[in-house]
Design a protein around this ligand. Structure first.
Ligand SMILES: [Zn+2]
Length: 105
């Protein structure tokens, strides 16, 4: 059994959550603006916030997809900088970690 299978499962669950959330944010972003200019001002402000949320969702989705790719090709858990194994405790706390603690500093 793949030792990273459980991490992959957790990441896939989180990925599905993020994608659901992102599609909601996206739908909200593509709603038509109200005809009332005061309402419009509020809507545009909300839109800025939604765009920030959207960007952070997309960033996390990319990180998770990259981690899943590393699990699939067997490079997961190896530091991308020094090539040494990443502490399993670090991976548990931050499953998308690409580098070991020394290299991330
Ligand atoms: Zn390292």
């Amino acid at each position: 059994m793949n030792q990273h299978e459980e991490i992959a499962r957790t990441l896939n669950t989180r990925l599905a959550e993020l994608q659901r959330h992102l599609s909601k944010v996206d739908a909200e972003l593509h709603k038509r603006l109200s005809a009332n200019s005061e309402d419009q001002a509020i809507e545009l402000e909300n839109r800025d916030t939604l765009e920030v949320i959207e960007q952070s969702d997309i960033r996390e989705i990319r990180q998770i997809q990259a981690a899943l790719t590393r699990i699939a090709d067997g490079t997961y858990g190896t530091c991308a900088k020094c090539g040494r194994p990443i502490d399993p405790k670090r991976l548990k706390a931050l499953p998308t970690a690409v580098t070991c603690i020394s290299c991330s500093a």
